[in-house]
Design a binder for this molecule. Structure first.
Ligand SMILES: [Cu+2]
Length: 158
């Protein structure tokens, strides 16, 4: 229980709250928080752009990609559907916990540099540096979507 509460506190930390649906700008990327799955980076520094389509069939396309450790990726999540989708980066454990929480508190909204909420027909942007090797994931945490299989994988090679 304690871990769960801590997770909720971390995921919903007040400075991260945003209700306008826009990605929260990181002003100084050198101070970006280090996560197990990397850190926010200036999308302008990215040498690689990855367009990820999000569909009402609860799928991402592509659903898998490989990056080299240290690589900065500019993700462009494109919502091809009729409903809101989001792309949230994390470990599988992070995403599962977050999805559980979204199911319990469906009205909750929050925004962080590793997530993009995208309205139907729109696209978002997310700059991310994968500076640790491993297998990470991206999921749509709109209630029910992750559970329906809306998840993709990022393999970061050493
Ligand atoms: Cu979705």
């Amino acid at each position: 229980m304690r871990t769960l509460l801590l997770t909720i506190a971390v995921l919903c930390a007040p400075p991260a709250m945003a209700h306008d649906g826009q990605p929260r700008a990181v002003v100084d990327y050198s101070k970006a928080e280090q996560h197990l799955f990397g850190r926010a980076a200036d999308p302008k520094r990215a040498k690689r752009v990855v367009r990820v389509e999000m569909m009402d069939q609860m799928r991402f396309s592509p659903a898998e990609l490989t990056v080299k450790r240290g690589e900065i990726v500019r993700f462009v999540p494109v919502n091809k559907g009729q409903m809101v989708h989001e792309m949230v980066l994390g470990t599988l454990d992070d995403l599962k916990k977050h999805a559980d929480m979204m199911r319990k508190h469906p009205g909750m909204e929050h925004d962080e540099p590793h997530m993009a909420h995208v309205a139907p027909g729109k696209s978002g942007e997310m700059g991310w540096q994968f500076n640790r090797a491993g297998e990470f994931y991206f999921g749509c945490l709109v209630p029910g979507h992750f559970e329906a299989g809306m998840v993709g994988k990022v393999k970061v090679t050493p």
